[in-house]
Design a protein around this ligand. Structure first.
Ligand code: IVH
Length: 666
């Protein structure tokens, strides 16, 4: 009979193996369900026998809630950056420089992808992850070990014939699918969005709660090994050895014996990278021989044996004409540059965002400057630089507005916030109109026939002061307006009338309470059932609700404490809007999935797995973990495990997409 300790050790080994198969090789051998079962068995044994605790156990990957800042430690080998080039000629220069310094005619190189994430240095001692440091200032970095332990593709325990002590350098990254989902969720919660996966990764890795980091699904690729006793005398050999220890090493690594082969690699990946599930911003070219690397040595900042070839972002140069300051619904003031029209990636660009005062300062923008514009991840292009050599002598610096361009109120900038706000929430027209536009929008009251233009018109004609006034409108008020007939007037009034049936959770969302996005509105309705309970709830009561933190609670309390808001809510109530959850109903629920059992698998574009689970339950269905003959559907996203796919096919269980599912629940 095995001892408990034996059982624990064997389960840990088995789980680490399956973890590696799934996260490093993407070749799972068992179902998620079987994995989870083994994991909970291990967890049970560990809980009952705390003397066998091991920080490297697969049960520890979920992280805990550590608090306090990060301790800094010195790097054993400094973490340098790479010299950048943007042209084939500069790559050839690098090659020739290296050959002549070594006194050789040619040299073997390794070409790799340049991952656009956050670099990390991992120290392994006797096959165990001992410490993970950020780059920091290159000499010392933050100890992020607890967070890094939650990244499933980073091995905690190595296998094979590894050196007793060495460092592995690599990049932590957030795949596009995870990034998109995270930003969607943040948009729903009205939180600031991350500009790109790199920012999202660095924001994630500095979170104070490893449990939160674990939920963000970071990935990693390792690209360099350092130590006294390395397995090979070449960089390529070391990476291949590292692969056998369990590290995630990309397959997109090429040993090149000529410059031509490097160029081929560059041109192949320049287009093919767009199909990768994560962001890359170039190619890294390294001298393969470690002996040669040592001979070539380092400059103060970069190794002489490597270079980064950066992919070109398409860019155009044009002249700045003027800068507008735009006020949004929440009062945030955004600077926007008007440009001399210029062709960029197939469209004509006339405007570019300048984001905020910090970005403007960094650019050191002057009137009439010639600027470089690029299309980033956003819809509106951005200005990435200024050609100072073309600056007009005596040109004045562009300054951020001090007063609101719409209402003249003095702008405010809160401590620690990059944005300027117009504080005149009640008297600043774009803010007042913006609130009405939000109120009628599709996800809020969904009032047909009213968009930005009609809102404009209603304000111009002084027919409304806020959204509650919409419910006082009559066909005759509208039909006499310019470009509006009896027919469109009736349609609008019908739309307004129909919105009285919109469920309470959307009415609450429509009110535009700061931080109360769709999800939070649902949570509040679900927990408190009616408007009076929400308006009278104390802070303690609010923060006890799932996903509601202090700032949301404060915002809800402040909203209802305000007399003008209270009057607004009362007028809506008198107009007959829904202000409570119907007795019998679940919020937004139905029994469309009654009797169905649904398995969720993979990564989804529009909902998190938790949301899908909630939706299944909300509509009367059952969410189950493993596929069996009784499963009604498999709801499949991207990267569904092959084992699950196989099983669903064998048992003839229909596989549906996220869109199919949305149709199913209407
Ligand atoms: S090698 C001593 N290889 O690029 C130089 N770096 O701009 C070690 N990076 O700090 C770096 N992919 O964060 C190397 N395949 C790759 C890389 C890579 C991304 C990052 C890394 C580095 C930065 C330099």
């Amino acid at each position: 009979m095995n001892t408990v300790e034996d059982q624990i050790i064997s389960l840990r080994k088995e789980l680490a193996h399956h973890n590696y198969q799934y996260y490093v090789l993407s070749q799972p051998e068992i179902s998620d369900y079987e994995f989870d079962k083994m994991l909970s068995e291990l967890k049970r044994l560990e809980d009952e026998n705390p003397q066998y605790f091991d920080p490297d156990s697969p049960t520890q990957r979920v992280g805990s809630d550590l608090d306090g800042g990060f301790t800094q430690y010195p790097h054993k080998y400094p973490m340098l950056s790479l010299a950048n080039t943007y042209s084939a000629e500069e790559v050839a220069d690098f090659y020739n420089r290296v050959c002549s310094a070594l006194g050789t005619a040619d040299v073997e190189l390794v070409a790799e992808l340049k991952y656009d994430g956050v670099s990390v240095s991992l120290t392994y001692v006797d096959g165990r992850l001992q410490r993970a440091l950020t780059r920091g200032d290159g000499v010392k970095g933050d100890d992020i070990t607890a967070n890094v332990r939650t990244i499933r593709s980073i091995p905690l325990i190595l296998h094979g014939d590894y050196p007793s002590e060495f460092e592995m350098r690599g990049e932590m990254l957030m795949p596009w699918a995870v990034f998109d989902r995270l930003n969607e969720e943040r948009a729903r919660q009205e939180e600031n969005l991350f500009a790109n996966p790199r920012n999202a990764t660095s924001g994630t890795i500095k979170l104070q709660s490893p449990a939160e980091v674990a939920k963000r699904n970071l990935d990693s690729y390792l690209y360099y090994m350092l130590g006294e006793q390395l397995p090979s005398d070449t960089h390529y050999g070391n990476l291949m050895a590292a692969k056998t220890y369990g590290f995630k090493i990309s397959d997109a690594i090429k040993l090149c014996s000529s410059l031509k082969e490097v160029y081929d690699f560059i041109s192949y990946w320049d287009t093919e990278r767009k199909n990768l599930p994560f962001a890359t911003d170039g190619i890294v070219i390294k001298v393969n021989s470690l002996q040669y690397q040592e001979e070539l040595g380092y400059t103060a900042k970069t190794p002489r044996w490597a270079i980064a070839y950066k992919f070109q972002a398409e860019q155009a140069c044009t002249q700045l004409l003027s800068v507008d300051f735009q006020v949004g619904r929440t009062g945030v003031v955004t600077p926007v540059a008007n440009l001399a029209p210029v062709q960029l990636s197939g469209t004509v660009v006339k405007r570019a965002t300048l984001h905020n005062a910090d970005v403007m300062d960094e650019l050191d923008l002057h009137y009439d400057d010639f600027v470089f514009v690029e299309k980033g991840g956003e819809i509106i292009p951005k200005i990435t630089g200024v050609d100072k050599s073309q600056r007009r002598p005596g040109a004045g610096k562009v300054k951020f507005a001090t007063v609101c361009p719409e209402c003249g109120a003095v702008l405010v900038r809160r401590e620690g916030d990059a944005a300027h706000y117009c504080p005149n929430e009640r008297g600043c027209l774009p803010q007042i109109k913006g609130k009405v536009e939000h109120f009628v929008s599709r996800k809020a009251m969904n009032i047909d026939g009213i968009g930005e233009e009609i809102v404009d018109l209603l304000f111009r004609e002084k027919l409304i002061r806020d959204a509650a006034d919409l419910y006082k409108l009559q066909v005759s008020d509208l039909s006499c307006l310019e470009r509006m007939g009896e027919k469109s007037a009736s349609k609008i009034i019908e739309g307004i009338e129909a919105s009285k049936q919109v469920p309470f959770e959307r009415v609450l969302f429509a009110m535009g309470i700061r931080y109360v996005g769709e999800t939070i509105a649902k949570k509040l309705c679900h927990a408190l059932k009616n408007i009076d309970a929400i308006a009278n709830a104390g802070k303690e009561q609010l923060v006890a609700i799932d996903e509601i933190g202090e700032s949301i609670a404060d915002s809800v309390i402040a909203f209802f404490a305000d007399d003008v808001n209270a009057d607004f809510v009362n007028r809506l109530r008198e107009s007959g809007l829904q202000f409570s959850v119907p007795e019998s109903a679940n919020v937004g629920g139905s029994d469309k999935l009654k009797g169905l059992s649904i398995v969720i698998s993979g990564v989804f574009q529009r909902h998190s797995r938790d949301e899908l689970k909630q939706l299944i339950e909300l509509h009367g269905g059952k969410n189950t973990g493993s596929i069996s003959a009784k499963t009604s559907y498999v709801l499949a996203g991207d990267n569904m495990g092959p084992a699950k796919l196989e099983k669903a096919k064998t048992l003839g269980v229909p596989i549906i997409s996220e869109e199919d599912f949305e149709r199913l629940i209407g």
